[in-house]
Design a protein around this ligand. Sequence first.
Ligand code: FES
Ligand code: FE
Length: 440
Amino acid sequence: MSGFRASDHVDWEFGTVDRRIFWEPEIYQLELERIFARTWLFVAHESQVEEVGSFVTTYMGEDSVIVARAADGAINVFLNSCPHRGNRVCFASSGQGRQFTCNYHGWAFGLDGNLKKMPKMGLYKSTPGFRMKDWGLRKARVASYKGLVFATFSEEAPSLDQWLGDFRWYLDAVLDPEDGGTEFLPGGATRSVMACNWKFPADNFVGDIYHALWTHLGGAEPTLGRHGGVIVDNNGSYQVSVNGHGWEFNDSFYGNAATMGDRELLRYMKSRQDAITARLGKFRADMWGSVASATIFPNFSFLPGYFTFRTFQPKGPLKTEIHAWTLVPKDMPDDIKDRFRRGSMRTFSPSGILEMDDGENWEFSTQANAGFVTRNQRLCYAMAPAGKLETQGLPGHVTAGQLSDANQRQFYRQWAVMMDAATWSDIPLDTPAVVQEAAE
Ligand code: FES
Ligand code: FE
């Protein structure tokens, strides 16, 4: 887009955002190039591809990809499009096999994405300059953090550890609360489609507890009684942001979980409180299940307490596909895992009462921009001054008080910086790659 500067469309100091970024096709195309084709994107949990030959398919931006465990134990991620005539190679969302064979002419690819064989192979081998190794499925860089697998098609991107930076220290609250690691509950993802721009759900999860006081009362009151027993205010609550990733939370330990209305589940969580506090310290133990939400930039979000983890996959500027799983510690008792499964389905699934509340808002926020005049009025992200960022000895940018647009301003700052940067060297990272030991 000639002359387009994303930073003209976001004021991250005062807090305004131009609505055109949620609507215009050219801006969306630039997002696919400058954000989705070059950041690290979540593609799978290791538990989904534990066995050799197991695979899942997903998206990186609008690029369909296969995530597969090869015979050498490595997890490979490669494009799900045959380099012969471009057909989709794998149509299943998950499975197990020894190779991927294209429907069209029968080219076959290994679990590492390399081209292994094709019908009438001799006719290619006699072509001067034809080399099998040039015609595999295009591979992405792959790296994991405590069970979460990420990939990027950028050779220049910093390491995943640098990209997550100090956010890893906070992620341990959900990824490392006990020995044994975590898993996605088996059974696959729920998938649903919303007529909204992908940034509305991502910015909601990065730091919008504000809406819960209003949007979710409609669902919480009839099912759980007034306010669902959950109090949200700026006491004992925080927002933290690193490289556009953000987490807002309070010190309630099981505030989110309380809204699932399952006393047995709360009893279990309470029984774990001392052990998790001893392992992670009180600050992060409180984050485990508190009234909280988070986004790893750009489109991977989760809700502690419900333990729903989801990607907001862009499908054009006006459409988003949500893939959601439930993450639990592997060693959790089976009946408690099942309670989390049912609890997160009741609340945050396509038919979940709280997710339906949210979806309607994001759809109308997007669709309103069909109006030319409407599209030209900026949106307000000015809640709580940007001013002083309090570090309090904690990693990343930490602001006290959950009711604030602080993380959302950081999210759109990251978005604008990446959209304007020609190369990765123009994208400064917020924090060093080393996780700091924070004062408890
Ligand atoms: Fe895949 Fe021809 S398009 S084998
Ligand atoms: Fe919500």
